[in-house]
Design a protein around this ligand. Structure first.
Ligand SMILES: C[S@@+](CC[C@H](N)C(=O)[O-])C[C@H]1O[C@@H](n2cnc3c(N)ncnc32)[C@H](O)[C@@H]1O
Length: 383
């Protein structure tokens, strides 16, 4: 059996001598974005994202196995983000069925947090638009804000956070490129902190270390209009696993305790101790990449418990086999036609080692508001 490197293949940065651990972690973004280019419309047609190409200097071919993984990763986080952006607050409760693939969530014992029953036939919810925020933790070169806004979908504010070196590179690409500035569409768009940050009306690219989330990042977010009282989606796409569990727990705790209504979505590796998992860690270690978080949250159950044990209202984790199985026949046929895929057994193993987890927390003032927000979040995670 071949030994795939699931995250993606090696990056040129990896061969640089004497790099610090943080430099190696910053380099993981190069892999992520090259993989996304490979699966994008420009190359293979799994996904449609015209913005990715601007961040890739040296495209390189990825195996079908990796392409399928990158496609499912992006597609599932895109779907959750889209549903969050589109979601409205019904004025009546119990109008939303619990989700299917990402459903059957573990939930706390309070009545409003248990999966809502199917919509009563006569429930005609009055809906109200809601101001929402998105915070992308360790955003790297991710282009989700631009892709969605180009399709007419945007939140009140979209914050992106990464190490200063990474945000400086991203800010430079965005600021000089009309494809991006046209989407931001803010004449007051400006660079800050020596070109390492970008500020616009609905978009902020901020620099910082997630290990200093509470003391440094949160005050910075607040200084740029972050509002703890509106529903907020936190995205951690292959990020929290790179920091120590005590530091990632501090992020999850702060969000759960301080936001009025939050949805947290995590994509990361699991199952480090079986043969494939051990090989995955060895391959990463050979590239000096460590995953300090993987042993704290090594399974689908522990990914859910990460949130439930901290008092979140509901949580669910699924692996990539579940995500693939949730594709419609038409979509499965479409992606199967894009390239020859004969690594079925390897895929199943690989797919058991990557998960998408979501959790939500609501600390609304009134019971009515709380129920409406719970329904809103269930509709955000339904598939
Ligand atoms: C594998 S990349 C993923 C990038 C992006 N989320 C995506 O999926 O395309 C991991 C990102 O997390 C960032 N990161 C890791 N640890 C971080 C920390 N302590 N503070 C800020 N950013 C961090 C890295 O710089 C890198 O951009």
């Amino acid at each position: 059996m071949r030994h795939p490197v699931p995250a993606s293949s090696s990056s040129p940065m990896m061969s640089m001598p004497r790099m610090g651990r943080d430099d190696v972690i910053k380099g993981t973004d190069d892999d992520a974005i090259i993989s996304k280019l490979q699966v994008s419309a420009v190359d293979l047609g799994y996904l449609d994202d015209p913005f990715v190409k601007h961040f890739v200097k040296r495209p390189s071919r990825r195996p079908p196995l990796i392409n399928r993984g990158s496609y499912l990763r992006t597609r599932s986080l895109d779907a959750l983000t889209e549903q969050f952006i589109r979601g409205t607050l019904g004025l009546s409760t119990k109008t939303v069925s619990p989700p299917s693939t990402l459903s059957a969530a573990t939930s706390s014992s309070t009545s409003s947090s248990s999966p809502a029953p199917p919509t009563p036939a006569d429930a005609t919810p009055l809906v109200s638009p809601i101001r929402k925020q998105i915070v992308s933790l360790g955003c790297g070169s991710d282009t989700r804000y631009f892709k969605f806004k180009s399709e007419g979908l945007s939140a009140h504010k979209y914050f992106e956070i990464d190490f200063q070196e990474s945000t400086a590179k991203k800010a430079a690409v965005i600021k000089k490129n009309k494809a991006f500035t046209d989407i931001i569409a803010d004449p007051e768009l400006k660079l800050g902190l020596g070109g390492t940050e970008l500020y616009a009306k609905d978009y902020c690219l901020l620099s910082g270390d997630l290990r200093e989330f509470v003391d440094v990042i949160v005050p910075k977010l607040k200084a740029h209009g972050f509002d703890t009282s509106i529903p907020t989606l936190f995205l951690s796409e292959c990020v929290l696993i790179y920091i120590q569990p005590s530091d990632s727990d501090a992020v999850v705790d702060w969000v759960g305790n301080n936001m009025m209504a939050s949805l947290f979505v995590v994509y990361e590796q699991i199952n480090p101790t079986d043969a494939f998992g051990a090989m995955m860690l060895r391959n990463l270690k050979a590239r000096r990449i460590e995953l300090p978080g993987i042993h704290a949250y090594p399974s689908l159950v522990s990914q859910q418990e990460r949130f439930m044990s901290r008092g979140w209202l509901a949580a669910k984790a699924v692996d990539m086999n579940d995500l693939l199985a949730s594709l419609s026949d038409v979509e499965m046929k479409r992606i199967s036609s894009l390239e020859i895929f004969d690594e079925v057994e390897e895929w199943q193993l690989l797919a058991q080692h990557y998960c998408v987890a979501w959790a939500f927390q609501v600390k609304a003032q009134s019971e009515n508001e709380r129920e409406r927000l719970v329904d809103f979040f269930y509709s955000s995670v339904s598939t």
